[in-house]
Design a protein around this ligand. Structure first.
Ligand code: NAG
Ligand code: NAG
Ligand code: NAG
Ligand code: NAG
Ligand code: NAG
Ligand code: NAG
Ligand code: NAG
Ligand code: NAG
Ligand code: NAG
Length: 638
């Protein structure tokens, strides 16, 4: 990965040169980018104060993939020997050398020592500086940009910026520089992947006439997916270890104002899992998270009800289900805000978050969450399922890489992280593709992968379907109704070693008929998704009615529940949690534990997208799980 490349060597040596000739060599630190919809209004006023923050490069971060493989590769002698939170914090805390390098640069550029602070986490250097000072530090120009639709104003240096060559290797990210506000206030760029028919147009899902008709449940899996269908499709007849009480947990992540309704859980359980009526998730509210959403819009209740009804329904009573409810009703929340709550060493509560992407708490707006941002207090579940995503192209590489490394840390601590792969084929959310100048544009252009699924340290989940008219025992296809699963190749993240054979085989045997400008066809970039599961026609109780729901949003919590069940079985044998599963599931031993999906495409950006093929492919991954086989194989591991 770009950020794992060792560029540090010159730094220690070059350091003294900085003091002598501060402006000597400079390097571009981030690509220029101005998202579509923004135009320049004017130069920023010279004496405007910027809350300037420099995210330091974490120590040893270039080795994080190696550390992760050491505890996650099935052939490693340290498989399953996960790290403690303290060990993670200690290993990646920025070095004193990095702190000093950045500090000296600021001082030598005329920022008085008294104005400079180091965050408690040791990861951020901060100073309030004027535009004039910031422009001098970064050798750039700041402008006020305006969004054409919302008229929202934003200060940025869209043409990019440079750092002294000797300082650059110590820096991950500088804020504010080139990140632009997402269009909407509130949920910002959080996009749920779930999609009921017509949801995009704002209408409610299609009510189902009589979902109570139990007798034909298994005969109708091409029309109505239920728990019974999923158990047969994925060879998961019943929970394997319900006698075992383990401490293993699964966490379902939701972003306010998305919320579940207790009545809907019971309506679903009553019909499909009667013994669970009355069961609730353990709600962990983060940054003012709440399920008390005062609305009758089914669009706000589909995702959480889907995720909880199916994750809880698949698991039965046997395991604690944590609901991570993120963000208040005013400001909303981001993936980084959630990660802050899980990991105090990532948390940047003294201002390290990027205000254009992340919510800043306490929230000054009326009705906003007044507490300090949650920082490291949330319990870390053993499996975490998130059915939200954003477009890789909407984030700067530095921001995406910093967040991606954090998922590797969760893996080091023994957590399996799953993200849905997106619902719009090879195009990004909003059917946006990438123009030659790097901005996102509707309809045509290069393929636009979904983040964080495209991060090599998470498990990305695509969606399949039972073909119309086919039985639950027939091979599934990639989902070809209502949604097409996201999938493709990253423009930011390099090919991880565990995926090398899979990706090379796909590109060699089935070269996609597209030019190298449409997607990274070098075979050197991360391909996604990793696995898939059914994502068509789920019966979900939403505001008192059964609806059909589609999407990789469906496939993700179901897959997560399977891995959580396997965690319990391993706990019963006193074995570690699964942690990061990708190196294991891509290994040749696990080949037969997935049903290969070979039919379907994921259109987008004016193309047919990629095609499902024998073996791994960038729309269904390795295929759908055969849980019984996965269970046996995972139990064979130490
Ligand atoms: C920057 O200014 C803000 C607002 O005046 C203040 O709250 C904050 O403490 C200052 N930060 C630093 C590092 O001086
Ligand atoms: C499946 O859904 C349809 C409505 O789309 C409904 O008429 C039918 O009864 C359902 N079948 C079962 C077995 O639930
Ligand atoms: C379906 O429901 C009927 C009554 O509503 C019941 O007699 C029957 O046993 C049920 N079948 C199954 C397979 O649960
Ligand atoms: C696991 O659960 C047992 C009994 O419920 C409890 O005694 C033990 O402290 C828990 N262990 C951890 C690590 O939470
Ligand atoms: C919910 O919204 C309605 C309509 O805006 C309002 O009349 C009602 O007081 C609100 N209820 C709560 C509990 O906020
Ligand atoms: C980038 O290209 C798109 C599509 O060609 C165009 O609409 C947009 O204005 C360009 N943006 C910049 C900043 O050049
Ligand atoms: C492939 O999927 C389509 C639905 O999109 C279905 O009509 C067709 O029968 C499938 N073919 C095979 C071989 O499964
Ligand atoms: C493709 O991805 C690799 C790995 O990230 C990168 O080195 C290469 O420059 C990319 N190629 C193109 C054409 O973007
Ligand atoms: C379970 O694992 C723990 C920690 O590795 C160990 O101390 C304990 O002896 C093991 N118990 C059994 C029954 O194997």
């Amino acid at each position: 990965m770009a950020f794992l490349i060792k560029l540090l060597l010159a730094a220690a040596v070059g350091w003294s040169a900085v003091s002598a000739t501060p402006l000597a060599a400079r390097v571009f630190h981030d690509d220029p980018r101005v998202p579509s919809g923004y135009k320049v209004l004017r130069r920023a006023a010279p004496h405007t104060i910027l809350p300037f923050r420099i995210g330091l490069r974490q120590s040893n971060i270039e080795d994080i993939e190696e550390y992760l493989l050491d505890v996650s590769h099935p052939e490693s002698p340290n498989y399953g020997k996960h790290w403690s939170a303290a060990q993670v914090a200690e290993t990646f805390r920025p070095s004193q050398e990095s702190v000093e390098s950045v500090h000296s640069w600021l001082v030598e550029s005329g920022i008085d020592v008294s104005r400079i602070r180091l965050s408690a986490s040791g990861a951020w250097v901060q100073a309030n500086v004027t535009i004039v000072e910031a422009e001098r530090l970064l050798e750039t120009e700041y402008y006020i940009y305006e969004h054409e639709e919302t008229a929202g104003k934003h200060i940025a240096c869209g043409q990019g910026y440079t750092l002294p060559a000797a300082v650059a290797p110590h820096v991950d990210i500088v804020l504010p520089t080139i990140h632009f506000d997402a269009k909407r206030r509130g949920r910002r760029s959080m996009k749920r992947s779930g999609s009921g028919p017509g949801n995009a147009a704002g209408s409610s899902g299609r009510p189902v006439a009589d979902a109570n008709a139990n007798t034909s449940e298994l005969a109708n899996c091409d029309k109505n997916i239920t728990l019974a269908c999923l158990r047969v499709l994925y060879n998961f007849p019943e929970f394997p270890t319900h006698a075992v009480s383990s401490n293993r947990t699964i966490g379902i992540v939701e972003y306010t104002p998305q919320a579940y309704t207790p009545e809907d859980l019971d309506m679903f359980f009553k019909t499909y899992s009667p013994s669970q009526v009355g069961e609730r998730p353990n709600e962990v509210d983060i940054d003012g998270g709440t399920i008390h959403v005062n609305s009758t819009s089914t669009g706000l209740f589909g995702e959480s009800n889907l995720d909880l009804q199916y994750a809880m329904g698949i698991l039965g009573r046997s395991q604690d289900v944590i609901l991570y409810q993120n963000g208040d009703l005013v400001e909303g929340s981001s993936f980084d805000n959630f990660l802050d709550a899980l990991d105090g060493s990532f948390c940047t509560f003294e201002g390290g978050d990027d205000p254009s992407q992340d919510s800043i708490y306490p929230d000054p707006a009326p009705g906003g969450f007044k507490g300090p941002e949650n920082c490291g207090q949330a319990p870390l579940a053993h499996v975490i399922s998130t059915s939200y995503g954003t477009n890789e192209a909407s984030l700067t590489p530095a921001y995406a890489q910093r967040q991606c490394a954090e998922y590797a840390k969760l893996g080091l601590m023994g957590t399996t992280v799953l993200y849905s792969s997106g619902d719009e084929g090879v195009s990004g959310h909003g059917e946006l593709c990438i123009a030659p100048n790097g901005t996102e544009v509707a309809g045509t252009g290069a393929f636009n992968p979904t983040f964080p699924g495209v991060c090599p340290f998470v498990t990305s989940v695509g969606a399949t379907q039972v073909n119309p008219g086919a039985s639950v025992h027939d091979p599934e296809s990639s989902c070809q109704q209502v949604i097409f699963p996201g999938g493709g190749f990253s423009n930011v993240f390099a090919l991880p070693s565990y995926q090398k054979t899979a990706v090379e085989t796909y590109l060699t045997k089935f070269p996609p008929p597209y030019s190298p400008t449409q997607f990274n066809s070098t075979g050197k970039s991360r391909g996604f998704p990793d696995i898939s599961a059914n994502g068509a026609n789920y019966i979900v109780a939403v505001l008192g009615e059964f609806e059909h729901v589609f999407g990789t949003s469906c496939a993700t919590p179901v897959s997560a529940a399977f891995f959580a069940a396997i965690n319990d079985a391993r706990a019963a044998q006193n074995k570690s949690s699964l942690g990061f599963i990708n190196p294991t599931i891509y290994s040749s031993k696990f080949k037969d534990a997935f049903n290969d999906i070979t039919n379907g495409t994921n259109p987008g950006c004016g193309t047919e997208g990629f095609a499902a093929q024998p073996g791994w492919d960038p729309l269904t991954g390795l295929g759908t799980p055969n849980v019984e086989k996965l269970l046996q194989l995972f139990l064979e591991l130490p």
